[in-house]
Ligand binder design. Structure first.
Ligand code: SF4
Ligand code: SF4
Length: 350
């Protein structure tokens, strides 16, 4: 019997605008997954391309020592016409769970984050701007195979929900959202200091990275008693050491504009199905607390990470010690690897 392709929920794209930033190339510091159908085109344009097989899937290998995908040349894709689907669809991310939910990778500097603080009915209804080709690629791949993945995800989720129900810890996602939309948790002193970024010994590939207009791709690593900013080379390795600032050990003050962005960011996270998909499996492994409590804690931790990175970037850029501004908070969001810069465009954990 033919299976209808599931429809894509694009509500979380409404009101956003996007235009890829020339000379950025940040999302190419990755190993994009390739589908079997994409392999012949890639091999035609780039016969020497390095394809790596892992866990039953194929990927384009990145250059060693934190470098970019082997097809990036002078911050341009040398195989643009046949680039694999994650590259066509970024910064759109699709979560396969109880539905196909599209959301945005907010750490991509091409996404205008103004929508995070505009919550008028007009903004919520406005169509997304600049995502046509990304969404067209997603739609092309929303076929019968995706219906099967959706069903599998439903079964996995069902098992988790039943286990949590037996322990009296289950709360429906919409109930949790309803509660927290109006009482968004705010990071407090107990959430600081956040886990430091990985040390240089862990490898540059593991550093959270962001795009800096002057330096290009910058990774944050633990070094010399604080957070060290390292300008990364697309060919691998470190181009320059940009400075070290101490890790924030308590919540830095935010001005009203920064507060607005923090709330908007956490509200966006709350609406992502991915948030619940990351919490439920960990809850099922043990511990105490309801879904609401776990989600509250997760949001506080995410908020602390974004604020810490905003503070580090503000100190690096201008030695600022005053309250963080809206611009600083946006820089913190851009530097947050909570925001899916390194995960497949289609996630199917639940
Ligand atoms: S990270 Fe965003 S702005 Fe930068 S190259 Fe990728 S899609 Fe473009
Ligand atoms: S295939 Fe092209 S667009 Fe995709 S990561 Fe590599 S260089 Fe970037």
């Amino acid at each position: 019997m033919p299976v209808n392709p599931p429809s894509l929920d694009t509500a979380l794209l409404r009101g956003f605008r996007y235009g890829c930033l020339p000379g950025c190339g940040l999302c190419c510091f990755a190993e994009p997954r390739i589908d079997p159908s994409e392999r012949p085109g890639l091999l035609r344009i780039a016969p020497a391309v390095d394809i790596v097989e892992a866990g039953g899937a194929s990927y384009l290998r990145a250059r060693p020592d934190g470098g970019a995908c082997g097809l990036l040349e002078e911050l341009r894709c040398s195989a643009h016409a046949v680039r694999p689907h994650p590259c066509r669809e970024f910064p759109v991310h699709v979560h396969v769970g109880t539905r196909l939910q599209a959301s945005l990778v907010l750490s991509c500097p091409g996404v205008d984050l103004g929508r995070l603080i505009k919550n008028t009915p007009d903004a919520e209804r406005a169509p997304p701007v600049g995502f046509d080709s990304e969404l067209a690629s997603v739609e092309r791949r929303s076929g019968p195979d995706v219906a099967r993945r959706l069903k599998e995800a439903g079964r996995r989720r069902g098992r988790l929900v039943r286990a949590l129900e037996r322990e009296g810890r289950w709360v429906e996602e919409e109930e949790v959202r309803g509660l927290l939309r109006t009482h968004l948790p705010r990071p407090g002193p107990a959430d600081y200091p956040v886990g430091d970024p990985p040390s240089a010994d862990d490898g540059l590939e593991f550093l959270p990275i962001y795009f800096d207009g002057r330096a290009g791709p910058v990774g944050l690593g633990a070094g010399l008693g604080g957070w060290e900013a390292l300008e990364l080379r697309p060919s691998g390795g470190v181009e320059r050491h940009l400075g070290v600032v101490p890790s924030p050990t308590s919540p830095p003050p935010l001005d009203p504009g920064a507060e607005l962005f923090l709330r908007g960011y956490l509200r966006y996270f709350l609406e992502r199905d991915l948030l619940f998909a990351s919490v439920l499996p960990r809850m099922a492994e043990g511990g105490a607390g309801t879904v609401t409590e776990w989600v509250e804690e997760e949001l506080r931790e995410i908020g602390a990470i974004v604020v810490s990175r905003a503070s580090v970037r503000a100190k690096l850029a201008r030695g600022s010690t005053g309250p963080l501004t809206a611009t600083d908070l946006v820089a913190g969001i851009r530097a947050s690897d909570q925001d899916l810069m390194d995960v497949p465009t289609w996630g199917d954990r639940l």
